[in-house]
Design a protein around this ligand. Structure first.
Ligand SMILES: O=C(O)CNC(=O)[C@H](CS)NC(=O)CCC(=O)C(=O)O
Length: 272
């Protein structure tokens, strides 16, 4: 299955980001991709909650979402919007960080709200408080597709192996992990974590990523990654915008799991 990971640098303007994404989605489809994925918060990367409040929409009337749905239908492709920042109507004004799987008919097949919030202080110069702007989801999602069951996660979720285990046990053979990873943790952890999640569950991990300088005080790691169920890095998008194309052999899932059936050997453990 020809799969394309779109890597770009989202800024503060959803309309500009949409233009970039639409152009790259069209290029990927013209290059033969039938499944196209975009990074986390494809519609906006902003450190200002007030700005987000001014320019973001609810899911029901988001022009970014409807444009991408129309593109999926026009180009006859499956599309994963890594995530969109969306208004929720919550009293505290927090947004959802929501991933969408779109069918070649332009319909929403599944949606997933990021469960784990990136609230960390990496060092004196770098800290994040995602939960101040976003409300966490609480439900794991596996979607049925003609290319197998697809488990949905977002970015920081990759540090929580039990979520991936749950998705694999529910039948997922592909797990998507769109991201806007920090440059510091990216260098240290990005590839190791994604390869571990793929190996321990015998799944393809598809991780389309933001890259570059997103704003004066925000940068992202890039290196969109495709990992096979055996843990091989099939493609790495580097650190500049571009489309990473791979041809996935879905039978690799069965082959890997037969060689090392650790998913079947998983046991309930008592104690401590
Ligand atoms: O801020 C937004 O608008 C959208 N959200 C993100 O970009 C999120 C939270 S800051 N990024 C991550 O989860 C990176 C995780 C990471 O880098 C790690 O686990 O090391």
């Amino acid at each position: 299955m020809k799969t394309a990971l779109i890597q770009f640098t989202a800024g503060e303007d959803p309309e500009a980001n949409l233009k970039t994404v639409r152009r790259m989605v069209r290029d990927a489809a013209e290059a033969g991709a039938t499944f196209i994925l975009t990074p986390e918060v494809s519609n906006i990367l902003s450190v200002s909650r007030r700005h987000q409040q001014a320019v973001l929409h609810h899911e029901a009337d988001d022009p970014f979402l409807s444009a991408i749905q129309a593109d999926a239908a026009a180009l006859d492709v499956w599309l994963l919007i890594g995530s969109l920042a969306l208004k929720t109507g919550d009293a505290d004004g927090r947004f959802a960080n929501r991933s969408f799987l779109i069918t070649p008919e332009g319909k929403i097949a599944a949606r997933y709200d990021k469960i784990h919030m990136f609230d960390v202080e990496i060092d004196e110069t770098e800290s994040y408080r995602e939960s101040a702007a976003y409300r966490p989801g609480g439900k794991a999602v596996v979607a049925d597709t003609p290319f197998g069951k697809l488990g949905m996660t977002i970015c920081y979720d990759m540090r929580f192996p039990h979520l991936y285990r749950k998705l694999a046990k529910a039948g997922a053979t592909i797990i998507t992990t769109p991201a806007a990873f920090s440059p510091v943790t990216g260098k240290a952890h990005w590839e190791s974590l994604l390869r571990a999640r793929a190996i321990e569950n015998g799944v393809f991990v598809l991780a389309p990523a933001q890259c570059g300088q997103n704003g004066p005080t925000r940068a992202t790691h890039g290196h969109s990654l495709v990992v096979s169920p055996w843990g091989e890095v099939l493609a790495d998008g580097g650190d500049t915008p571009g489309i990473t194309m791979v041809d996935l052999d879905l039978a690799d899932v069965g082959r890997s799991r037969r060689r090392v059936p650790s998913l079947d050997h998983d046991r309930e453990i008592e104690g401590p």
